[in-house]
Design a protein around this ligand. Structure first.
Ligand code: SAH
Length: 229
């Protein structure tokens, strides 16, 4: 899995992606990335990559000539994604799709700044817009890290415990995960539910399923509707 990342803040990478299981996978060569500094394609020696909006209004827009040159510098772009609040909201099902063929998968991730990017770039390169949620970030870099982290952890051998570990999680199980407990079995007077100490796998599984169903019904009824579709 390879990611080309276009940003005006190259120092933000690998950032969070350098730690934990995803960081280890990076060191092991399971995935790789290349940062393209959009400023290298600036229109002048001051490093300008943006300009005022046609039609007026506050905020700057990233220029199409700069972004076009930056995109053209990528030899094998694969699928090009622009992180934007206007795109479909990334969810686990979409992540599964993006992570399907990790050996061949290449993504070019365009991180916006300011008010966003000139529409003509999106149209000319047939770019997919992708949102990570209904709120506004100051830039696409965090979104790119969310995208990479969620995809890479689905690649075999990245998360310990095998395919089971990534399959037994919220959203993957058709709802939210059950409550988790570990040692000590009594903590500040609170005991772990008896059934989890029973060693009876059938009962444990039933209890977890029930907890998961109840939590999902309470907190995310929308997920239940989604599963019925
Ligand atoms: N003017 C835009 C928001 C610009 S925020 C609008 O109203 O839609 C600046 C940049 O941050 C965007 O270009 C985008 O790359 C990134 N960004 C902000 N919120 C995001 C979100 N929810 N998901 C993905 N990227 C986001």
């Amino acid at each position: 899995m390879h990611f080309n990342i276009l940003t005006v803040f190259p120092e933000m990478f690998p950032g969070t992606l350098g730690a934990g299981v995803v960081g280890r996978a990076l060191a092991d060569g399971i995935w790789s990335y290349k940062v393209i500094n959009i400023r290298d394609f600036a229109i002048n020696e001051y490093g300008s990559v943006d300009d005022a909006q046609f039609g007026g209004g506050a905020g700057m827009v990233m220029r199409p000539d700069v972004l076009g040159d930056a995109l053209d510098s990528v030899k094998n772009p694969g699928k090009i994604i622009y992180f934007s609040p206007r795109g479909p909201r990334l969810d686990q099902k979409m992540v599964r799709g993006f992570a399907e063929n990790p050996k061949d998968a290449t993504y070019t991730l365009l991180c916006g700044r300011y008010e966003g990017i000139d529409q003509r770039v999106i149209d000319a390169y047939n770019i997919m817009e992708l949102s990570i949620g209904d709120y506004i970030l100051s830039g696409g870099e965090i979104a790119a890290q969310v995208f990479i982290d969620s995809c890479v952890r689905l690649v075999d051998n990245v998360v310990g415990g095998g395919a089971d570990a990534t399959a037994n999680e919220s959203f993957e199980i058709g709802g939210l995960e059950w409550p988790l407990y570990t040692r000590p079995s009594v903590w500040r007077g609170q005991s772990v539910p008896e059934v989890l100490l029973s060693g009876h796998h059938g009962n444990i599984e039933r209890w977890r399923k029930q907890q998961s169903d109840d939590l999902t019904k309470q907190r995310r009824p929308d997920l239940i509707k989604e599963n019925k579709k």
